[in-house]
Design a protein around this ligand. Structure first.
Ligand code: ZN
Ligand code: FE
Length: 256
């Protein structure tokens, strides 16, 4: 099994679409499709033909390109079965019980509700890649539009059990702003300071800060660090449960 080729495409203001291409079979997958024209031209530049769209959740900035791309390529659209009626062009509703693969590469669905109630993440264990949509961002996490803090924290906690080396692709380029908040919570975190230097350099050069890795996020992302003594002390929540620490962080971030 050959490695999948990857192409990360900036779309709209700060969204990403990621293309995965299997050279042996020609299959090409888009994870989310924010903008049909931009995705089409990226495909054309590589000579790839879109066979699948894997949707993370129903928001328009992740699905706006679905129907046009499906009309043009006849590609198959997968997405959360819990949001089946809200995903344009959906062919196959998926959940954690789905047995999926692309060119023999296993694709696992992880249900990560909170940002929306049906939000899913996709994990390719053979390739050590995960697509966390608007659930986990680098140095941050999505807003809870449909779920509560307990639900969102449980979703992030699930993702935190993936292997540390997993490359994490996210739905948005929010890292710099997220990092400023993270530094306000953990000004002494050396790994965070180092990551922020990297992020500032990348953004100044117009480069994406993604993918990150789960290992880096566990060391730097306050929303995955609810068990940290420093984070708890900062918030005065030494004895609280993890989801309560998470809820407080999310509240503070919303205000900032
Ligand atoms: Zn969203
Ligand atoms: Fe989004």
């Amino acid at each position: 099994m050959q490695a999948l080729q990857r192409l990360q495409i900036p779309c709209l203001t700060d969204n990403y679409c990621v293309l995965l291409h299997a050279p042996e079979t020609g299959e090409t997958v888009a994870i989310d499709a924010p903008d049909a024209a931009v995705v089409k031209s990226a495909l054309a530049s590589r000579g790839w033909r879109l066979t699948h769209i894997l949707t993370t959740h129903h928001h328009n900035d992740h699905t706006a390109g679905n129907l046009e791309l499906k009309g043009f390529f006849g590609c198959q659209i997968w997405g959360p079965s819990a949001e089946a009626d809200r995903i344009p062009g959906l062919d196959i509703g998926v959940d954690e019980s789905s047995q999926l693969n692309i060119a023999g590469h296993a694709v696992r669905v992880i249900e990560t509700p909170g940002h929306t109630l049906g939000h899913i993440s996709y994990w390719l264990p053979d390739d050590q890649i995960a697509f966390t949509g608007d659930t986990l961002f680098s140095l941050g996490c999505g807003r809870m539009f449909e779920g509560d803090a307990k639900t969102m924290w449980a979703s992030l906690s699930k993702l935190s059990f993936l292997p540390d080396a997993t490359a994490i692709y996210c739905g948005h380029e929010y890292t710099l702003a997220n990092g400023r908040f993270a530094l306000s919570i953990e000004p002494e975190n050396a790994a965070l300071a180092k990551r922020m230097d990297e992020v500032a350099t990348l953004r100044a050069a117009g480069q994406p800060t993604l993918p990150t890795t789960l290992g880096v996020e566990k060391a730097t992302n306050p929303f995955l660090r609810t068990g940290s003594t420093a984070v708890r002390a900062r918030l005065g929540l030494e004895g609280a449960s993890d989801w309560q620490v998470f809820a407080r962080l999310r509240e503070l971030k919303n205000k900032g």
